[in-house]
Design a binder for this molecule. Sequence first.
Ligand code: 6R9
Length: 655
Amino acid sequence: MSSQIDHLLSESRRFAPPAQFAADAVATADLYAQAAADDTGFWAAQARELHWHTPFTQVLDWSNPPFASWFADGELNVAYNCLDRHVEAGNGERVALLWEGEPGDSRHVTYAELTDEVKRLANVLQDLGIGEGDRVAIYMPMIPEAIAAMLAVARLGAIHSVIFGGFSADSLRSRIDDAGAKLVITADGGYRKGKVSALKPAVDMALSDRNGSGVQESVEHVLVVRRGGNDVEWTEGRDIWWHDVVPQASAEHEARAFPAETPLFILYTSGTTGKPKGIMHTSGGYLTQAAFSNRVVHDLHPETDVYWCTADIGWITGHSYVTYGPLANGATQVLYEGTPDTPHPGRWWEIVQKYGVTILYTAPTAIRSFMKLGRAIPEQYDLSSLRLLGSVGEPINPEAWMWYRKVIGGKVAPIVDTWWQTETGAIMISALPGVTETKPGSAQVPLPGVAVEVVDDDGVHVGNGNGGLLVITRPWPSMLRGIWGDPERYKETYWDKFAAQGYYFAGDGARLDEDGDVWLLGRVDDVMNVSGHRLSTTEIESALVANEAVAEAAVVGASDETTGQAVAAFVIIKQSYLAAHSPDGLAQSLRAWVGEQIGPIARPRDVYIVEELPKTRSGKIMRRLLRDVAEGREVGDTTTLADTAVMSVISAQVR
Ligand code: 6R9
């Protein structure tokens, strides 16, 4: 690992932005100086780019750390900022969404049309009893109605919880329960990989009395968009078709002003324990930083750019850089429903060509899978419209970075490698295109107004040339305001480790190179990153152990050429099952089981059936040793194991 890092850190290639790009860039070098002189004043100026029904006079209140409030006496409406104000400014005819369905159907939705739809929907939601502070679960494919749903909830001062469409009924239920959602907005199904993938049945199952766990109680209604055309069951009185109520509703709806700290959404993310954390974000600070970062990092010129962020709205990237940032800025963006390789492997590049996409923001895992397929596929399309490329979700290796630049970016487009988290709400570390010389593999520098450090275990700054833990040393507007229903866990997870210094602990390892640029080294806890999606080892272990054949399980993230990390599971099978089933059959059925329990994304790449697991004397599983095995390496130091022979047994079994 360390020789690999040294190799990375000796990366000496630098890429200056093209002169014309720099001349026209949204970001300027003096942003750094302004923010350094007065960071709260800097954020206040960014916040004033939004429309405030009641202007704020307070900026940051950090008198009760780690609970921050920003712009607290100001009032705004998030949906008004994303919609009505663009229409009122005369930009109603500008296209907001260039939507492309997977089968090839398409729709263009202007700002005026989207505003109209959101107003109607807001009236419908209000009639269903949704108001300030109520929670609404959204479980939808990537269709314009999904964006409208988020904005209509926000318009009412209610709180959305978007649940990724790939999650199972169980995951859906636990998230609905934790938030106490009153309403679920879903679709019959959406297109994925060439066929309709049903969504409504998962909602039905989540709300039914399965396993004797009782009928789900908080949900009163399910609002269903027809998209897939698949057959669905119907619960009279509870279920409502969108097309039966939304088009008929009034398009008059006044956006009320809400205090800046009104909760906007909860988004569940994996933690180190099995139970997902409901990360909570509020309105004014979040929208300020999402919009600002989207402008300067993506060099967004809303009048001329065609922007495309490929993330699903089920992830934070979809919240900040599909829904809120771009719409607050009045951008025109592509929204694509399906998978990158359906119906053919050039699908994305066909979309770039069709719409003349100028800014593309995607994940390293996607870039690596295109790399594997070869440059001949993108080379069949005209990608010359692309002028800026972005990367998010995991470290991008220099090889993939260079391929992205050459093959997709025509050897000229700057690449921004953006580090941030569900918790940070917005991009925290990235080059500013047009200002920063970029460096393949490094996320580089904190954004203006953002303060990060790399520290050792005692919170002491390590200095250039050294590695340690990434921390954020000053509060920022889009920081999470807590974990839904669990303020103690919020403190414990993010603030206790460096309580003396008052630093936010991100959970990532990092190094500073000789120039002081930041290189991210991955999670230091038991969270995996598979294709840019965070998965907790513990959550998958719990799912495995819940299978009747399994005695014990340990899960690790093993490096994978395409997905960054892949799930590798080591399981001990109960004797009775071992006798009656083949190991291959067991491994297959456990992979499927995890897929059903959590979702296909969590399905292990490898399931190794073993007799024992490596444990320390205190009973902690040493996952680092299992990672060595899963990555085909020489097994490391085993001296702290209770039984030092166990690793040779495991290695022999795995081979
Ligand atoms: C936005 C998002 C957060 C974790 C984060 C880190 C990893 C994200 C990265 C990156 C290296 C980057 N991560 N961006 N690592 N370079 N540019 O992905 O949020 O799903 O909460 O994941 O992803 O490990 O801590 P989230």
